[in-house]
Design a protein around this ligand. Structure first.
Ligand code: DX5
Ligand code: ZN
Length: 218
């Protein structure tokens, strides 16, 4: 499988959201990455259900919803209703992670788990066969436009080894500071899905940047 590109709408122009969504619809991007922040789990607040529903109404690619919220279990059905195709939760936010993952799948979505830069990848040893994707943060969550944490590259290799060892088909997604300068090394290390916010929406030509991320050229 060729790697996937998921532009993060957090860096889109909210005053022209429809045209940014249409740009992604017409590009080589594969998913829309949608960051939900609650001001508790992360020190920032982004957007909620009504905006996601409106995004869904014009998006022609799956919505990859990244929850940076406390108590995500309380909102699984509501995110499904709003249009999420993938629902990804942070390891620390789920007291009973296995149960959360099952409830996401029972609601009809792909289930993902996220680890932060300080979480050992081994934390996931006994859940990787239950999830559809593992999202590795390569910045501390909460904001777009941060610098890629270099040690993430080695962490991706370790995660890839873990998935092979456990015979897991989960996709590896990376989020934070991804751009055309590090995309190739990340895919070579085992990444299946590149999330990119500021690198895409801050570019002179966002469509061309998505193409470069897909072709791994810079
Ligand atoms: C950060 C979010 C990211 C963010 C990435 O907490 O999870 O998805 O939008 O932004 P960039 O690509 O600019 O680092
Ligand atoms: Zn994200």
């Amino acid at each position: 499988m060729s790697h996937l590109i998921a532009p993060s709408l957090l860096s889109a122009n909210f005053l022209n959201l429809a045209s940014d969504i249409e740009m992604v619809n017409n590009s080589f991007a594969d998913w829309f990455h949608v960051d939900v922040m609650d001001g508790h789990f992360v020190p920032n607040i982004s957007f909620g259900f009504s905006i996601i529903s409106q995004i869904k109404s014009i998006a022609r690619k799956p919505l990859d919803v990244h929850l940076m919220i406390a108590n995500p279990d309380n909102y699984v059905d509501a995110f499904k209703k709003a249009g999420a195709d993938n629902l990804t939760v942070h390891y620390e936010t789920c007291t009973h992670l296995h149960r959360t993952v099952q409830s996401i799948k029972e609601a009809g979505m792909k289930a993902g788990v996220v680890i932060n830069p300080h979480n050992p990848v081994e934390l996931l040893t006994d859940i990787v066969t239950d999830v559809d994707l593992v999202l590795m943060m390569s910045v501390n969550p909460g904001f777009g436009g941060q610098k890629f944490i270099q040690s993430s590259l080695n962490r991706i290799s370790r995660l890839k080894d873990l998935l092979i060892q456990k015979n897991s088909n989960a996709l590896i997604e990376i989020d934070g500071g991804v751009d055309t300068s590090n995309a190739k090394a990340l895919v070579e290390a085992g990444v299946d899905v590149l999330v990119a916010g500021s690198a895409v929406f801050g570019a002179q030509n966002p469509t061309a940047t998505i193409t470069k991320l897909k072709e791994l050229s810079n």
